[in-house]
Design a protein around this ligand. Structure first.
Ligand SMILES: [Zn+2]
Length: 362
């Protein structure tokens, strides 16, 4: 039996309209529409055509219905011209990520959710409150992916094909998910992670989390969280030159642009100094890239531990993907750049031995 909503989900995942899927699969538009609404059910040969056109294993369409991620609860960090279709494809990938996490959650002991919901304070205060609660004081923030994971956030990679989306965060059944663009510089990845943390903390699941004001708040939160006021004032001189900023950014593992913005915010750079520093950094290539940046991107501790533990039990990623009705390629895209593990294909194996819960609490 085919689950109608899964056809629609896979189609959205590929960013296709019904008409486009019809052209690709040779199945009529009206039939596809009927399958997605559940009015009629496709015969196996038709399911194969649809599966092949969508590059999904046919088994995917037989699974139970999956809850969509609430579109109004998602805080998109994306270029303003990003099409609704790309956002919808990224959201559909998010549903698959949540499905993978459910699979992991049934077999592994994951860190409990510890994301305070702070409501109304200003971003600077909110960042300080989270730092205090998590015992960070004014020290530079550690690996942001590990930090989020240690406090219960499920972190995944955005599809590398959706490069125009930077990140998004969403609550699902009381569990926070963050999807990161892992093609950006390591420093910008840290900022995106802190930005999404800001949304989770300040906007939660019940507050409006989109629009310019929410974006500004999340940026200010990220800036304050990564570069605590006392720490920046203690390390950076007033009116610092570009070379001092380029050295200084390594203290907090932030981009030179982000540190410049923060210094201006804290009164260490005048408006004029801020503008000339930004122009100079642009000239040196710091607007689009991060020369002399961090050696490595931050990776996921949870996903790495999970797949390492599975490997010691001779369970290949391809078996996990098959159990979920996904191709290995599809599953890898959810973890792209977040694990050091390479996932060669392999034979399907029994995963019954994973039934006992393994602990990956960092
Ligand atoms: Zn945002």
């Amino acid at each position: 039996m085919v689950t109608p909503s899964r056809i629609a989900l896979a189609r959205r995942r590929r960013g296709l309209t019904l008409a486009e899927l019809s052209a690709r699969s040779g199945v009529s538009l009206q039939s596809l529409s009927n399958y997605e609404t559940g009015r009629t059910s496709p015969r196996p040969v038709t399911v194969d055509k649809i599966a092949s056109a969508l590059v999904f294993p046919a088994a995917f369409f037989e699974g139970p219905a999956l809850d969509d991620l609430p579109s109004e609860g998602i805080s998109w960090r994306a270029r303003s011209k990003t099409s609704a279709r790309v956002l919808d494809a990224a959201r559909a990938a998010g549903v698959l990520g949540a499905m993978l996490y459910d699979w992991i959650d049934e077999r592994f002991q994951l860190p409990a959710v510890d994301i305070p919901s702070l409501g109304k304070p200003d971003p600077e205060t909110a960042a300080g409150m989270v730092r205090t609660r998590w015992g960070l004081g004014d020290a530079p923030a550690p690996n942001m992916v590990h930090l989020l994971e240690a406090h219960g956030v499920r972190v995944f990679s955005l599809d590398p094909d959706h490069a125009e989306v930077d990140a998004f965060a969403v609550w699902r059944d009381g569990v926070p998910f963050v999807f990161l663009n892992t093609l950006k510089s390591a420093e910008r990845g840290r900022f995106d992670a802190a930005h999404e943390l800001g949304h989770l903390v300040m906007h939660g699941s019940e507050h409006a989390c989109s629009g310019p004001e929410a974006e500004r708040q999340a940026n200010d939160f990220a800036s304050a969280f990564l570069m605590p006021r006392a720490s920046v004032l203690g390390h950076m001189p007033s009116g610092a030159h570009v070379d001092q900023i380029i050295r200084g950014k390594r203290i907090w593992n932030v981009s030179a642009m982000a540190l410049t913005y923060r210094m201006h915010d804290l009164g260490l750079l005048t408006d004029w100094q801020y503008r000339s520093t930004c122009a100079e950094l642009s000239r040196l290539g710091y607007r689009s890239d991060e020369p002399e940046g961090m050696a490595q991107r931050e990776t996921s501790q949870v996903l790495t531990k999970v797949f390492t533990a599975l490997r010691t039990k001779h369970i290949r990623p391809s078996s996990v993907a098959a159990e979920l009705g996904l191709s290995t390629e599809e599953m890898n895209r959810l973890m792209f750049g977040l694990t050091f593990t390479t996932f060669p294909g392999g034979n399907r194996q029994d995963t019954a031995s994973t039934q006992r819960k393994l602990s990956v609490v960092p």
